[in-house]
Design a protein around this ligand. Structure first.
Ligand code: RUB
Length: 309
């Protein structure tokens, strides 16, 4: 019965109905905690295999998500270290760890919102891309501090996550202007004119690499390049739990159908979900520990979260 619930979450994550690194990690932890409750007394080996298999499926459903993977890996490490046999103990262990990690995610997001809101000033034109809950929380926090600023964002094709950002921020009475993805670099540049040139760009991240570069929604590289060339500050808002300590990241390739459902037969389509922003283009990271330089991220993440692989 609950197998269905696991499958439902996996499908929602795969189909980007649940999207963004934070939401994916929270959905994984909620599902795993509920899944643990369905374990039956008796077969210790089977319970362990079931849990590890659920963790593995949740970890792999979006390959470019070290945040989700780091958190889930910490749970499989605990399962493997403990000599637990009773199903009741498994349930307690998994539920406890999932609650701890969910609290950590939410506490970190709240701290990032506070640190990030300090960068937002009245009168600014600020740009973002895709939908990042972390970035959205910064703008909502700044609005609650009575700062008056204008937000500009992209549609974020092919799945239009930019619409989620626009709708949510409009609900908080923040003025939003949307542009096509291909207009982003122009808008940020001086050529768009004084009234439209951006003052600040804040993006989210799916992964931090050991050299301080990051992985985020496809299109982020061009936006960062434009910021670098035009000298517009670019900040990345993300928890250091997004560190991919190996630095060997797979860029998720998604279905051709997302780009053109009934494409001509011989047309090849490559649908990259993410791209990479080199560290040199990034002004700073907005993290749970405050503003840091990209080169500081790896050491800081390892020292605060030694359990990251
Ligand atoms: C979402 C995306 C977001 C990051 C950060 O991509 O690239 O910027 O995941 O999000 P997708 P958050 O829509 O393909 O999941 O700050 O919410 O963790």
């Amino acid at each position: 019965m609950f197998m269905n619930q696991l499958q439902i979450t996996l499908n929602k994550i795969k189909n980007v109905k649940i999207q963004g690194a934070n939401a994916i990690a929270l959905a994984s932890l909620n599902t795993l905690a509920k899944y643990a409750q369905t374990l039956k007394e008796g077969n210790f080996r089977e319970n362990r295999v079931k849990l590890l298999s659920a963790i593995s499926q949740l970890s792999l459903v979006r390959p470019t998500e070290p945040f989700n993977q780091n958190l889930l890996r910490s749970i499989s490490a605990i399962i493997n270290q403990n000599k637990i046999s009773a199903a009741g103990d498994f349930k307690e262990l998994i539920t406890g760890r999932c609650s701890f990690l969910k609290k950590l995610i939410n506490d970190n997001a709240a701290k990032i919102a506070v640190h990030g809101s300090k960068l937002v000033r009245t009168g600014q034109k600020i740009f973002t891309h895709c939908h990042s809950k972390t970035v959205e929380d910064i703008f909502i926090k700044a609005k609650k501090q009575n700062k008056v600023f204008s937000l500009f964002n992209t549609e974020t094709r092919p799945l239009f996550q930019g619409r989620i950002t626009a709708k949510n921020l409009l609900e908080h009475k923040i003025p939003v202007t949307m542009v096509a993805d291909s207009a982003a670099e122009f808008l940020i540049s001086e050529t768009s004119g004084k009234d439209l040139m951006m003052d600040l760009v804040i993006l989210g991240a799916d992964a931090i690499l050991p050299d301080g570069s990051i992985i985020n929604k496809i299109g982020s590289y061009g936006i960062a390049l434009s910021c670098f060339y035009t000298k517009v500050p670019l900040y990345i808002a993300c928890s250091l739990l997004k560190l991919d300590a190996d630095g060997v990241i797979t860029i998720e390739l998604r279905s051709e159908q997302e780009i053109w459902p009934h494409k001509p037969k011989n047309l090849r389509i490559i649908n990259f979900a993410f791209d990479k922003i080199p560290a040199q283009f990034i002004t700073g990271f907005i993290t749970e520990f405050g503003l840091i330089k990209p080169r500081q991220a790896f050491k800081l993440a390892k020292s605060h979260y030694p359990w990251i692989k």
